[in-house]
Design a binder for this molecule. Structure first.
Ligand SMILES: [Zn+2]
Length: 167
C-alpha cells in the first residue's frame, strides 16, 4: 500500500487487506483496506479511521526535531534557519525529514518526505496528497499566493500562513 510505504510502515497482507502494528495501542491487530480511503480498524483497541486519521496519528507520534537534526537540514537546504524548520513542524524519522501540510483549518492533510541521501522530496500518495488545500475556505477578498515546490512554500507559509495554497 503506497501510503504505508511512503511512511515506512511495515505491513503484511493480500490484495484487499493489510495488517500492521496499531499506532494507538501497539498491538499487531490493525487491519486496513488496500483501496482508498484505506478504512482501518484495530481488533484490539477498536480504533477506527482512514488514511487521514492514520496519517495524523502517525505524525503526532514523531518527536520534535532536535537542534542537530534541524541544523543538518539547514546545511542541506540553504537559506532556511533551524528555528524555522522546527516552527513549520518538520520531523525526522528513519533517516528522512517529514514535512507536514495543513489545510486552512490547521488540520494535517499530508506529510511529504525528504530523503537526504538523494536530495528528493516525495509527496504523500493519494488520497492524502490533495492537489489544492483549503481553496474552499477562501473568501473573495483573500490574497492567494500560489506556491509550487517546497522551498517557496516554506517562505510563503511563514509570511502569509493563511493565504498560501500548496500544489
Ligand atoms: Zn489498537
Amino acid at each position: 500500500m503506497k501510503l504505508f510505504e511512503h511512511l515506512h510502515v511495515q505491513y503484511s497482507g493480500d490484495a484487499d487487506n493489510i495488517k500492521t502494528e496499531c499506532i494507538w495501542c501497539g498491538s499487531d491487530s490493525l487491519s486496513a483496506d488496500v483501496e482508498p480511503p484505506h478504512q482501518f480498524q484495530c481488533w484490539k483497541c477498536k480504533q477506527t479511521g482512514n488514511a487521514i486519521s492514520y496519517l495524523r496519528k502517525w505524525y503526532e507520534n514523531l518527536p520534535a526535531l532536535t537542534v542537530q537534526q534541524a541544523k543538518l537540514l539547514c546545511t542541506l537546504k540553504k537559506g532556511i534557519k533551524p528555528l524555522t524548520v522546527r516552527d513549520v513542524g518538520i520531523r525526522f524519522f528513519d533517516d528522512h525529514y517529514w514535512f507536514p501540510v495543513y489545510n486552512q483549518k490547521n488540520h494535517l492533510m499530508a506529510v511529504h518526505r525528504y530523503a537526504t541521501d538523494n536530495n528528493i522530496w516525495y509527496s504523500s500518495p493519494k488520497p492524502v496528497s490533495l492537489t489544492v488545500l483549503g481553496l474552499q475556505n477562501l473568501s473573495k477578498s483573500d490574497t492567494v499566493w500560489v506556491c509550487e515546490g517546497h522551498p517557496t512554500t516554506f517562505v510563503s507559509y511563514l509570511r502569509w500562513p493563511k493565504q498560501v495554497l500548496i500544489f
